[in-house]
Design a protein around this ligand. Structure first.
Ligand SMILES: [Zn+2]
Length: 339
């Protein structure tokens, strides 16, 4: 029973060995040996292969920068993964205690490969998700940050940003994760600026004719990095701009109207004042006239009397004269006549 199983294993290993030999163009192995490679030989071969895989796995990332290799693809990781899996399957069929050391060597290499694959995969996933946030083909490529201007891709949501943040936060702190964090921060800044600009545009649209809101939105939109978003939001602001301009024009007309009204009012007031002044002047002149009229008033005097009268007052020779004249002669008003 045991014998047949061992034989079966050996046969399958022999087939594999033969296949590998043929595949490599290996013709040196003599026919007699090719049919029955020992378990030890097979295991040694598996260990050798796995060590080669480990070397490949080591190439997946830059140990010093903690970053994945430039232009690494998931396919490359998958290739090593499936090769390791195939070797593991082969070794799993060998249950020979005599070769514990070789199996252990194999397992150790396999473990190291798996660890490296997990690490590389984690970084690759974080890198790919991060790169999807930008329009550049590869914002981050291993240790390399794109020299291209980083522009937020369209359709990015808060969920996208949070997802990338989660991936990056799960990475160990290396210069790779540091670069990734910087890029994420750039994406977040642009996203936040975009959100603010969108909100400002919405507010301007709702306010319709508010110049301040329009200008605020315009400034935020102009400061955006993404031309695509900029164009969209600018297009939305165009009708707002027209409304604001119309409102401004109407306000200006109203202002001019009000100015004209105030000017007319001021003019009317000035005219009224002028009239009042003229009136006062006329009144003063009238009074002066009355006074001078009074001065020219006719009174009656006698040649010897010390008084002047309004009429022939009692006996005597009264003659008319002017009040001026009578006063000039030192005459005083008769108490009877002037009370
Ligand atoms: Zn008198």
């Amino acid at each position: 029973m045991k014998q047949t199983r061992k034989e079966r294993v050996l046969l399958s290993l022999a087939v594999l060995f033969l296949f590998l030999g043929v595949a490599c163009g290996e013709k040196k192995i003599p026919e007699t040996h090719a049919e029955k490679p020992s378990v030890e030989e097979v295991l040694k071969k598996e260990v050798k292969e796995t060590n080669a895989l480990l070397e490949q796995a080591k190439q997946l990332f830059d140990e010093s920068e903690g970053a994945i290799k430039k232009d690494l693809s998931q396919t490359e990781i998958e290739k090593i993964k499936s090769a390791l899996l195939a070797n593991e399957k082969d070794v799993a069929t060998i249950s020979d205690d005599k070769h514990k050391g070789l199996v252990s060597d194999f397992e150790q290499s396999g473990k190291q490969i798996s660890e490296r694959l997990v690490k590389a995969e984690k970084m690759l996933v974080a890198q790919e998700k991060l790169n999807h946030l930008f329009t550049a083909e590869k914002a981050l490529n291993g240790t390399e940050v794109s020299s291209e201007k980083l522009v937020l891709a369209s359709g990015i949501t808060t969920e996208n940003l949070n997802e990338v943040k989660g991936e990056i936060n799960a990475l160990p702190s290396t210069s790779f994760s540091e670069n990734a964090r910087k890029l994420l921060s750039e994406a977040e800044t642009q996203f936040s600026a975009l959100t603010n600009a969108e909100n400002a545009v919405k507010a301007a649209e709702e306010a319709k004719t508010d110049e301040q809101k329009f200008l605020n939105a315009q400034n935020l939109v102009n400061a955006l990095v993404s031309e695509e978003y900029k164009v969209d939001l600018k297009n939305r602001l165009t009708p707002v701009q027209t409304q604001v301009a119309e409102k401004k024009k109407a306000d200006e007309a109203l202002r001019k109207q009000e100015e004209a009204r105030q000017k007319a009012e001021a003019e009317a007031k000035a005219k009224a004042e002028e009239q009042a002044q003229a009136q006062a002047l006329a009144q003063a002149q009238q009074e002066q006239q009355a006074q001078s009229n009074e001065q020219a008033q006719t009174v009656y005097v006698t040649p010897t009397g010390s008084k002047y009268h309004t009429h022939k007052c009692g006996n005597g020779t009264y003659s008319p004269t002017t009040l001026d004249e009578a006063q000039a002669r030192g005459l005083t008003p008769c108490k009877k006549c002037f009370g």
